[in-house]
Design a protein around this ligand. Structure first.
Ligand code: ZN
Ligand code: ZN
Length: 224
């Protein structure tokens, strides 16, 4: 199988078992749905039942060497899992073994995973299954951060409203504000400006501003 085939397998697996972010519990239940029994073993000492299975199936060497493997024959569907592993390690083993099973490596051997190509495919399966699809990543981010996202959205709206209000206010000030010009002057002023006292003045209009003829007075409207 090439990379695309494996990615397609992972997509189908996700759909079939409703797995987004695989967990130890969800992978255990996948194996159960597939008719497997998970057997926790210890590499050194096991209870009688587990020892009997190991002996009868000729798996003593496998147990000594392995952290986990699948066993399938006409009578058994078993997942062996080293009990000493951490939960994260167990999950990795289950994902890898599921990769073998789901990629169809179960036809030739009773003990699965003995050639390089199959190992590679199982590892690729794990790799793609652990990469969350973008839609899932975004969805999880949103559901985990609902409150923060709501706050950011509200803050954004408030900022837009405030800036909008400031702009409207500013435009009003500019066009219809309390600025005055004299008949021949080229500056606009506050009404109380000393330079226009005693002159005939009129209020600055929008047209005056747009004409570009007037600039602010340096005395009553000093620029910052
Ligand atoms: Zn393997
Ligand atoms: Zn002035």
């Amino acid at each position: 199988m090439n990379e695309r085939d494996i990615k397609e397998k992972v997509r189908r697996f996700r759909r079939e078992y409703g797995i987004k972010r695989p967990s130890l519990a969800s992978m255990q239940s996948v194996f159960e749905r597939q008719g497997f029994t998970i057997i926790l073993f210890n590499q050194v000492i096991n209870d009688e039942n587990v020892n009997t299975i190991i002996d009868n199936l000729g798996l003593v060497d496998m147990i000594a060497l392995s952290d986990g493997f699948l066993y399938l024959d006409n009578n058994y569907r078993l997942v062996f899992l080293n009990e000493k592993l951490s939960d994260d390690e167990k999950l990795l083993v289950l994902l890898h073994e599921e990769g073998h099973y789901y990629c169809g490596h179960t036809t030739q051997h009773s003990v699965i995973g003995k050639n390089v190509v199959e190992e590679h495919e199982a590892n690729e399966f794990v790799h793609y299954l652990q990469q969350l699809p973008l839609s899932v990543t975004i969805g999880e981010f949103i559901s985990e951060n609902k409150r923060i996202i709501a706050v950011i959205a509200l803050a954004t709206i408030i900022i837009f409203l405030v800036f909008g209000a400031i702009k409207v206010y500013h435009d009003r000030m500019l066009y219809e504000g309390e600025y005055y010009v004299t008949a021949n002057g080229e500056k606009y002023h506050l009404k109380q400006c000393v330079t226009i006292q005693g002159h005939e003045i009129r209020r600055l209009t929008k047209e005056d501003v747009l004409s570009g003829r007037y600039s602010p007075c340096g005395i009553c409207l000093p620029e910052d």
